[in-house]
Design a protein around this ligand. Structure first.
Ligand code: HEM
Ligand code: HEM
Length: 189
C-alpha cells in the first residue's frame, strides 16, 4: 500500500512556504522603522498569525510518522535525524515570530534590552535558513535515491522506482554505518 501525507498536510506544507518567504523578504531593515505605529501594528499582527499557523500545524502533524512514504522500513537512526531536523525547523519558526513580538513589546513599552532580543531574532532567522536548506537538500537526495518519501509530500516530478545504481548502493552503505553509529550513541533500540 502506498502511504502518503493527507491532503491537508500537503496544503499546509505548500501554502506555508509563501508565508515564510514573505516574512523573510519583508523583514524590518532597522529598528527606527518601528517608530511608525502602523508598521509596528502590522508586524505584530503578521507575527501573531504566523505563530498561530505554525503551532496549529505542529499539533496537526505531531503524531504523523516521519518519512511515512518510504517503501522500506527505515533505520531508527535515520528517523531520528529526520525528526531532529523537522523539530529544528519548527523551533526556528516559533522563535522567529516570538522574538519579533518580544522586540515589539520592548519598543512599545520603552524597555531596555532590545539589542539582545534582535540578536536572538536574527539568530532564529539564520537558523531557519540552515535547517530549511538541510531539509530541502535531504529531500532532494532522497528523491535521487527514489525512496518514496518525496511522493508522499510533493505532487510534482514524482519518483517512478527505487534507484539501484552503483552510486546509490555505495551511498547507502555509508548511510547505514552512520545510522548505526547514531543508534549506538543514543542507545536507540
Ligand atoms: C521546495 C522545497 C521543499 C521540498 C521539496 C520539501 C519536501 C518535503 C517532504 C517530502 C516532506 C515529507 C517528509 C516526511 O514524510 O516526513 C516534508 C516535510 C516537512 N517540510 Fe518540507 N519541503 C520543502 C520546503 C520546506 C520549507 C521551506 C519548509 C519550512 C518553511 C518545510 C518544512 C517542512 C516540515 C516542518 C516538514 C515535516 C512535516 C510537517 O510538519 O509538515 N519544507 N517536506
Ligand atoms: C514571523 C514574523 C517575522 C519574521 C519572519 C521576521 C524576519 C526577520 C528577518 C529575516 C530579519 C533579518 C535577520 C538577519 O539579518 O539575519 C529580521 C530582522 C528584524 N526584525 Fe523581524 N521578523 C518577524 C517579526 C518581527 C516583529 C514582530 C518585529 C518587531 C515589531 C521585528 C523586528 C525586527 C527587527 C528590529 C530586526 C532587525 C533589524 C536590524 O538589523 O536592525 N520582526 N526579521
Amino acid at each position: 500500500m502506498i502511504k502518503t501525507h493527507t491532503f491537508l498536510a500537503k496544503l499546509i506544507h505548500w501554502t506555508f512556504i509563501p508565508l515564510y518567504a514573505y516574512g523573510i523578504f519583508k523583514q524590518v531593515d532597522d529598528l527606527n522603522q518601528l517608530e511608525d505605529t502602523s508598521l509596528l501594528n502590522f508586524e505584530i499582527l503578521f507575527a501573531t498569525v504566523f505563530l498561530i499557523v505554525v503551532l496549529l500545524r505542529y499539533f496537526y502533524m505531531k503524531d504523523t510518522p516521519t518519512l511515512l512514504g518510504a517503501h522500506d522500513e527505515l533505520p531508527k537512526g535515520h528517523l531520528f535525524i529526520a525528526k531532529t531536523v523537522h523539530r529544528m525547523v519548527y523551533f526556528s519558526l516559533i522563535m522567529l515570530p516570538t522574538t519579533g513580538l518580544i522586540i515589539a513589546g520592548i519598543v512599545s513599552l520603552g524597555l531596555g534590552g532590545v539589542e539582545v532580543a534582535i540578536a536572538i531574532h536574527e539568530f532564529s532567522a539564520d537558523l531557519s535558513y540552515v535547517v530549511i536548506a538541510l531539509h530541502v537538500g535531504a529531500t532532494l537526495y532522497s528523491r535521487f535515491k527514489g525512496e518514496g518519501l518525496w511522493n508522499a509530500m510533493v505532487p510534482v516530478w514524482q519518483e517512478r522506482k527505487k534507484s539501484n545504481s552503483n552510486l546509490v548502493s555505495k551511498l547507502e552503505t555509508i548511510e547505514k554505518k552512520t545510522y548505526r553509529k547514531v543508534e549506538e550513541i543514543l542507545d536507540l533500540e
